[in-house]
Design a protein around this ligand. Structure first.
Ligand SMILES: Nc1ncnc2c1ncn2[C@@H]1O[C@H](COP(=O)(O)OP(=O)(O)OP(=O)(O)O)[C@@H](O)[C@H]1O
Ligand SMILES: [Mg+2]
Length: 282
C-alpha cells in the first residue's frame, strides 16, 4: 500500500529525513513516534505528496508519488483520509455537512452546492456518525464542538470518504484522557474490522503500544526502530527520545497523567457494545 525505497523527504531548503525505507501493508495500524521536530508529520504528509520528495521510488496505492501527475494525485488523495492536527473542518458548517463533504466524490457538485443530498447519502452519513458517536450533535456547527467531538467528526468524514488509508497526525494530542481513549478505540475498530490501513503520529508511547501493531521510531533524520510494542525496549526508547540513562525519558509514568495509566486494552470486551461499523472500501 505504501512503499518508500531510499527516499529523502523535506522542504525546499531542508532535508528532514534521509534514505528512508519503509513498507506498510494493507490492514496495518502503524504508530510513528519521535521527538518534536524529528519529522513525524513530514513522514505522514509525504504519503499524500505534500512535502518535497527526492530519490525513490515512493509508491502509495500503486502510484509512484515522486513523479505522479496532478490529476492522478487528486484521485489518489481522494482514497486517503487525513486527520490533521487542528482538524481542518469547515467550522461554520454543521457536523452533518462536514461528514457529507467526505462523500463529495460520489455526490455531484451541483447537488453538493445546493446541499441537496439523497436519502441514501443521508442514511450513510448517519451510519458513519453513529459509528463514532456524534449523531446526537449532527446539526451543531463545528465551531461549537469540543476537541474530541471535532476529532470524531474528522474520522466520520474520512469514513464517508471510504478511505483505504487513514493518516492521523497526533489525533489525540489535544484531548482529555477519556476522549483520547474513545478516539483511539474508534480508530482501532475501523482498522480491526475493516482492514483500513492506519498510520498515526502519536506522542503518547502507551497509546502507541496499546493500539498499534507496529511502531516506527524516527530520530537523527532516519527510522531508528521498526517493530512491535514488545520489541520496543527501554534502550530503543532512549535512542528515539535521545535521552541518557539519567535523563528524562518519556516513560509510561512520565508521558501520561495517572488517570491515563488504565488505557483499556484494544482487546477490551466493550468492543462488542459498539454498533457494527459500516463497510468502508475493501
Ligand atoms: N512547512 C514546512 N516548511 C519548512 N520546514 C518545515 C515545514 N514543516 C516542518 N518543517 C521542519 O521540518 C522538521 C520536522 O518537522 P515535523 O513537523 O515533521 O516534526 P514532528 O516530528 O511532526 O514534530 P511535532 O512532534 O512537534 O509535531 C522541523 O525542523 C521543522 O521545522
Ligand atoms: Mg508533527
Amino acid at each position: 500500500m505504501i512503499h518508500l525505497d531510499n527516499v529523502n523527504l523535506g522542504y525546499q531548503h531542508e532535508t528532514v529525513l534521509k534514505n528512508i525505507n519503509l513498507e506498510i501493508s494493507k490492514g496495518e495500524f502503524v504508530g510513528i513516534i519521535g521527538l518534536s521536530g524529528a519529522g513525524k508529520s513530514t513522514l505522514l504528509t509525504s504519503m499524500i505528496a505534500n512535502v518535497t520528495i527526492t530519490g525513490g521510488p515512493y509508491h502509495v496505492l500503486g502510484n509512484n508519488i515522486s513523479t505522479i501527475s496532478s490529476k492522478k494525485l487528486r484521485e489518489m488523495r481522494s482514497r486517503i483520509g487525513f486527520i490533521f492536527q487542528g482538524y481542518n473542518l469547515v467550522n461554520r458548517l454543521s457536523v452533518l455537512h462536514n461528514v457529507m463533504s467526505g462523500m463529495l466524490k460520489s455526490i455531484s457538485i451541483q447537488r453538493a452546492a445546493i446541499r441537496h443530498y439523497s436519502n441514501a447519502d443521508l442514511e450513510k452519513a448517519w451510519e458513519y456518525m453513529e459509528t463514532v458517536g456524534i449523531e446526537q450533535i449532527a446539526m451543531k456547527r463545528c465551531d461549537e464542538l469540543s476537541g474530541g467531538q471535532r476529532q470524531r467528526v474528522a474520522i466520520a468524514r474520512a469514513l464517508a470518504q471510504e478511505a483505504e488509508i487513514l493518516l492521523a497526525d497526533e489525533p489525540i494530542a489535544a484531548l482529555d484522557p477519556k476522549s483520547a481513549v474513545q478516539v483511539m478505540d474508534i480508530l482501532w475498530r475501523i482498522n480491526e474490522k475493516y482492514q483500513v490501513t492506519i498510520v498515526s503520529n502519536l506522542h503518547h508511547i502507551d497509546f502507541a503500544k496499546s493500539y498499534c501493531n507496529r511502531i516506527v521510531g524516527v530520530a537523527d533524520q532516519n527510522i531508528v526502530f521498526d517493530g512491535t510494542a514488545q520489541q520496543l525496549t527501554k534502550e530503543t526508547l532512549e535512542r528515539i527520545y535521545q535521552t541518557g540513562m539519567n535523563n528524562h525519558l518519556p516513560s509510561e509514568e512520565d508521558t501520561i497523567p495517572d488517570t491515563w495509566s488504565n488505557i483499556p486494552s484494544k482487546h477490551c470486551p466493550n468492543i462488542n457494545q459498539f454498533n457494527p461499523i459500516p463497510k468502508v472500501a475493501a
